[in-house]
Write a protein that binds this ligand. Structure first.
Ligand code: UDP
Length: 332
């Protein structure tokens, strides 16, 4: 590594996954710079990472040019997006603007100023209703909601930018990000919170109502199955992806998953085991747009990037999430 640490811009670095990537980049010898509008990212979490922050909009070309000229980054990691499936159905215009138009603006500005490496947060939602489980990267991509469509559109843009302009890129298709940094420094905080693990922990700790969305799925206990990956493992994948681009890879598309799945009831049982508390819940209707089972085929990432899930056992995921939430919720 050169004497000066390579600078990496982290769009959405104040968000859940972006902030964990910032920490890993720092400890791997990079200089991450957070770019965030703090609309859904958390300023206090960004500050806890100790990285420099630039506040602004990805849709603002003048702002982006100023930031890129100031730091001269080697690469951009792009975590900034809206990620709620239900909201994307009711507000598609905002999703396409935020997730596609702003990203295109970022890519155009990078091209104009000669930044040639891009790491993009995509999603298992681009697969829609998968034909087979586990899902390989070359499965049909037929998203069933505007959120998944918006991510797929950017995947296509990246492929075209690579072919026409030589942009080097890595696409990561996330399965279910969960957990928190091992020292409980940073963790998951969404507003509104819609995710299973924080909501079920909150039900256990604070008695907030928890609903199991559907118990009539064609799975062993009737609840949906997901592939949960520790956020630190996801962060690690990004650093490995970056290093592969630095070594000259043109483009890469990788699932980030473990290859194993857990049902909603299995997650609840593990939460009860880890916390020693009961998770009070009621059974509710299915949530629109939830496929019964999403599990990654995770061989490509382990073969090409030498990535392995090291912290993604369900108990470790839940105990790190629990340690963080106790701190964040001020529980003794
Ligand atoms: N889920 C649930 N109750 C909730 C939130 C989520 O039963 O309050 C279920 C949801 O239907 C899905 C799983 O938990 O099967 C994981 O949902 P989450 O929102 O955490 O992630 P997603 O799979 O939507 O990315």
């Amino acid at each position: 590594m050169s004497e000066k640490s390579p600078c990496i811009l982290i769009a959405g670095g104040a968000g859940y996954i972006g902030s964990h990537a910032v920490l890993d980049l720092k400890s791997s010898g990079y200089q991450p710079v957070i770019v965030d509008n703090f609309s859904r990212g958390n300023k206090d979490i960004a500050e806890l990472t100790g990285a420099e922050c630039e506040e602004g909009e990805l849709s603002d070309c003048a702002f982006l040019k100023k930031v890129i000229k100031k730091y001269n980054p080697d690469a951009v990691m792009h975590f900034a997006a809206w990620t709620y499936v239900g909201e994307s159905v009711s507000q598609p215009e905002r999703y396409y603007n935020n997730n596609v138009v702003a990203t295109l603006n970022l890519l155009s500005t990078m091209r104009e100023l000669g930044v040639g490496k891009f790491i993009f947060s995509s999603t298992a939602a681009t697969y829609g209703l998968p034909e087979a489980i586990p899902i390989p990267e070359d499965a049909v991509q037929a998203p069933i909601n505007p959120y998944g469509s918006s991510k797929l559109m950017v995947e296509r843009i990246l492929s075209d930018f690579n072919a026409a302009y030589g942009l080097q890129y890595t696409i990561f298709r996330y399965f279910n990000a969960a957990g928190a940094s091992s020292n409980a420094l940073i963790g998951e905080r969404h507003d509104p919170e819609t995710h299973l693990i924080p909501l079920a922990l909150s039900a256990a700790a604070k008695g907030t109502p928890f609903k199991v969305f559907g118990t009539d799925y064609p799975t062993q206990d009737g609840t949906c199955i997901r592939d949960y990956v520790h956020v630190d493992d996801i962060a690690r994948a990004h650093v490995l992806g970056l290093q592969r681009l630095e070594a000259g890879e043109e483009k890469g598309i990788y699932n980030i998953g473990t290859g194993s799945g857990y049902s909603v009831l299995e997650v609840i049982n593990t939460i009860e085991k880890v916390t020693g508390l009961k998770v009070p819940y009621e059974v509710a209707d299915r949530r629109a747009g939830d496929p019964p089972e999403l599990i990654a085929k995770a061989e490509r990432i382990s073969k090409d990037l030498k990535w392995h899930a090291r912290h993604s056992g369900l108990e470790e995921i839940i105990s790190t999430a629990w340690a963080w939430h106790r701190k964040d919720w001020d529980l003794t």
